[in-house]
Ligand binder design. Structure first.
Ligand code: HEM
Ligand code: NAG
Ligand code: NAG
Ligand code: NAG
Length: 489
């Protein structure tokens, strides 16, 4: 703390920057055989770009210059970007045993505090991951309750949209609330009313934390979190984390008081029961294990749904085609259920195409390599941070001609069937592949089809459409926009 106060005068700030630059230069000698990259950090001369946090723009220039594998040194760490289907498979599947650890970047070290699934390695990670998979599986399938939970939430969500009476609304708010509520059902065994003030506070803190565009930048360059005046907002992020943990601890305490071990209600109950049997699950992990359900399971899904609304808004013919398909497969008033999925190939294709084009986690979550490994002609040195560029598959011109065009027919074969979903990797690949995939697929299907079955999506003003550009926080989200939902009758 005192160190930070010291920097509060500009003289110290300049000294700080000079020292930092010197450290970078000393440490940025490329190890023999490493993937190519800029000789000296481009970032030093381009601090203004970094301040704007435009990571995507910077990385695009580097990829264009250096190709599929390139590396740069930041804060004394080597960071290697992996592009393209073949390289991604070679690194994260074939050499999975060396490329499946997490580095201690800001988000993992300070926000997730090296606890839970996402942030841990080795045996402890495996145990937590197995536990999460088992709980999600049991809640989803054994008791068969997940589908009905989601369907019930869909109804609440649709009624909020319906209440807008065709006036322009901000779709990202109700979407975020609905998707968070599903995680509330999983974690706490209950949902909240969208007007509940406590719930609103809770999701607004979560929303602001996860949309923070500085997080990926601080992850790459951890020293930024110590800048005077909290320029990069790291302190604020940690305060929000602290507040959320306190909320989760409250729910945990309530559950401890009311648990019936014969009849577990939710994730927290399961955790209490399992903790008694398994030393890897600790009290310290507990609030973070709950936090990461929200962290991983809200922003990703709600942004994918918001992107789908944006794409559909711009493609009314695709809305019509989805609706026709639904009217044919489900002639009555009811909403689609998971059982209808097989009969709705075009709707499935729209969802796959949304995931392809939107790329909500374009750089997945950073990995770390645990040994020196040769990839083609290059050596990736032990301890490097390794970043999978998932967009390089989703936006591969050879796999998807005219890749910026929203075209669900890429996923429909000659017989009109849904096909080829395995060509995209929105959930990443290898040992760290997303454990929430089947839950996510259920939510995307039930929400997106419900919206289109019930409403026509129109622009705020006739003929004026929002941009397809977004912003990268933890996830990639569309710039804020409003739309009108007109109920079909
Ligand atoms: C559209 C929705 C989602 C997308 C696109 C998505 C995508 C991803 C991706 C790309 C990763 C990183 C894998 C890597 O490091 O290589 C990941 C990890 C993870 N996801 Fe998801 N995810 C989604 C929804 C969910 C949901 C609903 C949950 C849980 C309820 C979840 C839980 C996790 C967890 C815990 C990890 C860390 C896994 C580990 O480190 O072993 N995700 N996800
Ligand atoms: C960085 O700054 C230099 C000049 O200082 C400029 O020529 C270059 O284009 C900038 N790089 C990026 C990635 O914008
Ligand atoms: C990631 O892939 C996209 C699509 O191919 C590309 O435009 C971008 O430059 C890549 N970024 C990095 C960091 O490799
Ligand atoms: C929509 O809601 C989100 C979350 O509450 C907010 O950050 C965003 O600025 C809103 N956008 C508009 C156009 O009102």
């Amino acid at each position: 703390m005192q160190v930070i106060n010291l920097f509060c005068s500009s003289g110290f700030l300049i000294a700080f920057i000079i020292i930092t630059i010197t450290l970078f230069l000393l440490k940025s000698r490329r190890p023999y055989g490493s993937p190519p990259g800029p000789r000296i950090l481009p970032f030093l001369g381009n601090l203004t770009i970094l301040l704007k946090g435009n990571l995507i723009e910077i990385s695009e220039k580097l990829k264009a210059t250096y190709g599929n594998l390139f590396s740069l040194s930041l804060g004394g760490k080597w960071i290697v970007f992996i592009n393209g289907n073949e390289h991604l498979r070679e690194v994260f599947v074939k050499h999975a045993e060396f490329f499946s650890d997490r580095p201690k970047v800001f988000f993992i070290d300070k926000v997730l505090q090296n606890k839970g699934v996402t942030a841990q390695n080795g045996h402890v990670w495996k145990t937590h991951r197995k536990f999460m998979e088992t709980v999600l599986h049991n809640l989803g399938f054994e008791k068969n309750s997940m589908k009905s939970t989601i369907l019930e939430e869909t109804q609440h969500f649709l009624s909020v949209i319906s209440d807008s009476n065709g006036e322009p609304i901000n779709v990202s708010y109700p979407t975020y609330a609905a998707v968070s509520n599903i995680i509330c059902s999983i974690a706490f065994g209950r949902r909240f009313d969208y007007n509940d003030v406590e719930f609103q506070k809770f999701i607004s803190v979560m929303y602001e934390l996860l949309s923070n565009q500085n997080i990926p930048v601080i992850n790459l360059l951890p020293i930024l979190q110590y800048l005077p005046g909290d320029i990069f907002g790291a302190k604020r992020i940690l305060q929000q984390t602290h507040w959320l943990k306190k909320e989760f601890k409250r729910f945990i305490a309530e559950h401890k008081d009311t648990i019936d071990t014969e009849n577990s209600r939710d994730f927290i109950d399961e955790y209490i029961i399992e903790k008694g049997k398994n030393a890897c699950l600790t009290d310290d992990d507990f609030p973070i294990a709950v936090f990461e359900l929200f962290g991983a399971g809200t922003d990703t899904i709600s942004n994918t749904i918001t992107w789908s609304v944006l794409y559909l808004l711009k493609n009314p013919d695709i809305q019509n085609r989805m609706r026709d398909e639904m009217l044919c497969a489900i002639p009555t008033d009811r909403l689609p259920t998971m059982a209808d999925k097989l009969n709705l190939p075009f709707c499935e294709a729209v969802i796959a195409e949304t995931q392809r084009l939107a790329n909500v986690l374009p750089f997945a979550i950073p990995h770390e390599v645990t040994e020196d490994v040769m990839i083609g002609q290059y050596k990736i040195v032990k301890g490097s941070h390794v970043i999978p560029n998932l967009s390089s598959v989703q936006h591969d011109e050879e796999l998807f001609a005219n890749h910026l065009k929203f075209d669900p027919l890429r996923f429909i074969d000659k017989q009109g069937k849904f096909y080829g979903q395995e060509r995209i990797v929105p959930f990443s690949l290898g040992k760290r592949v997303c454990p929430g995939e089947s839950l996510a697929r259920m939510e995307l299907f039930l929400f997106i089809t419900a919206i289109v079955k019930k409403f026509r999506i129109l622009p705020e003003e006739e003929g004026i459409f929002p941009s397809s550009q977004g912003q990268l926080g933890i996830a990639y989200k569309p710039n804020p926009f409003k739309v009108r939902f007109i109920e079909w009758n």
